[in-house]
Design a protein. Structure first.
Length: 334
C-alpha cells in the first residue's frame, strides 16, 4: 500500500494555459491512445493526492490526466480577489481542451473542491464536448460549513462559527508532527485509515500554501452550486464515505436525488473525506466502470466498476467499524 501512495512519474506534462493566461501544471499518465480519465483534486491537495488512483487506472490500461488547481502544487495562485468557482471551471475547461483531441470524450472525476469544479462547469460547452460521464467524490453543492462536523461542539451555531473560522484561517499548519497527523486524521479521514495513508494525506495538505488554503476556504464558505448541480445532465456517479466530517454523507444523498442522470451512489462504510487515498480500489473501480459503460461501450450499464458489493443498506452518516479492505456499496437510483 505504501508504494501505491508514491506519485508516479508522468508520461508527459503538456502545456495548458487557462483563460486568464496562467499556465496550469498538468500531468498525463498511461498509454497515449488509451481511453482517458481526467481528475480534479480538492481543497489543499495536489496531483500527488491522486497517486493510488492513477496507478490503479494506468494498470487497467487507461490514460489519466491530473492537474493542480490554482495555488496548489505547481500551478500559480490566482490574483487576490480572483478566487471563484468561475475560475475553477475555466481551468478545468482549459485542461479538457488542452489534453483531449477535438470531440474526444473522457470520464471526468472530481474530489471535494474538484467535484465542485465539475458542478461549476455544468453549462460549459467544453464539458459537453469532452465528458462522457462524471464522478462526484466526497463533495457537496451548498451549506458546506453548517453541515460539516469537524469541531465536536454544541450548539450548532457555535460549531458553525468555529468551523467558518477554521475554513478561512491563514495560520500556518507548521511542521508535520505526530500531533498534526492525529488532528488531520480526525478531521479528514475515517477510522480505518492506515498510518501510511495518514502520512501521505498530511504531507499533501501541509504542502498547500496557507494563503491558498484561506482564499479557497472563503470561496467554499459561501458556496451554493445547487442550480449548477441540477444542470449536470451527463451520467454521473456519486461516491462518499459514511465517516466524512467535511462533506458528510447527507450531501451524497441529496446529490443523488437532484442529479438528472445519477448512475448510482457508492457508499464507503467507515471511510472519511479522503476517499481516493483511503479506498483507492473503490474510487478507481467506479471510474473504470464509467469508462466501460459510457466511453468504450464494454460495460453493463451500471457504472459500478469492480468496486461494488451488495447486501447492506444506505449509510446513516455514522461511523461503522469498517476494515481497510471493506468498501463500496453500489446503489442504483430508483
Amino acid at each position: 500500500m505504501a508504494a501505491a501512495l508514491v506519485p508516479p512519474e508522468p508520461r508527459s506534462t503538456p502545456r495548458v494555459v487557462s483563460a486568464d493566461g496562467t499556465r496550469l501544471y498538468v500531468e498525463v499518465h498511461g498509454p497515449e491512445d488509451a481511453p482517458a480519465v481526467v481528475l480534479a483534486h480538492g481543497w489543499t491537495c495536489s496531483t500527488a493526492f491522486w497517486a493510488p488512483v492513477v496507478r490503479a487506472l494506468v494498470a487497467d490500461g487507461l490514460r489519466v490526466v491530473v492537474y493542480d488547481q490554482r495555488g496548489h502544487g505547481r500551478t500559480p495562485a490566482a490574483a487576490p480577489g480572483d478566487h471563484s468557482t468561475t475560475l475553477l471551471a475555466d481551468d478545468l475547461c482549459a485542461v479538457l481542451d488542452g489534453t483531449l483531441a477535438p470531440g474526444e470524450k473522457a470520464v471526468v472525476g472530481g474530489h471535494s473542491m474538484g467535484g465542485m469544479t465539475l458542478m461549476a462547469a455544468a453549462g460549459r460547452p467544453q464539458l459537453r464536448e469532452h465528458a462522457a460521464a462524471l464522478m462526484l467524490c466526497s463533495t457537496g453543492e451548498a451549506r458546506l460549513v453548517s453541515a460539516a462536523r469537524i469541531v465536536p461542539v454544541r450548539p450548532a451555531a457555535l460549531r458553525t462559527w468555529l468551523q467558518r473560522k477554521l475554513l478561512g484561517s491563514s495560520l500556518p499548519l507548521g511542521p508535520v508532527t505526530p500531533v498534526s497527523r492525529r488532528l488531520l486524521r480526525y478531521g479528514t479521514m475515517g477510522p480505518a485509515s492506515t498510518p501510511a495513508q495518514t502520512d501521505a494525506v498530511t504531507r499533501v495538505v501541509h504542502a498547500c500554501p496557507r494563503g491558498t488554503r484561506a482564499a479557497w476556504g472563503h470561496v467554499l464558505d459561501g458556496l451554493d452550486l445547487s442550480g449548477e448541480l441540477s444542470r449536470l445532465s451527463l451520467p454521473t456517479a456519486v461516491v462518499a464515505g459514511t465517516a466524512d466530517r467535511l462533506t458528510p454523507f447527507p450531501h451524497a444523498r441529496r446529490m443523488r436525488a437532484v442529479l438528472p442522470h445519477c448512475t448510482g451512489l457508492t457508499e464507503l462504510p467507515g471511510m472519511g473525506h479522503m476517499t481516493p487515498v483511503e479506498a483507492p480500489e473503490a474510487v478507481s473501480g467506479v471510474l473504470a466502470g464509467l469508462v466501460r459503460d459510457h466511453l468504450t461501450g464494454n460495460g453493463n450499464g451500471n457504472g459500478a466498476g469492480n468496486s461494488a458489493r451488495n447486501g447492506a443498506g444506505e449509510g446513516d452518516g455514522h461511523e461503522p467499524g469498517a476494515t481497510a479492505g471493506e468498501f463500496a456499496i453500489k446503489e442504483e437510483t430508483p
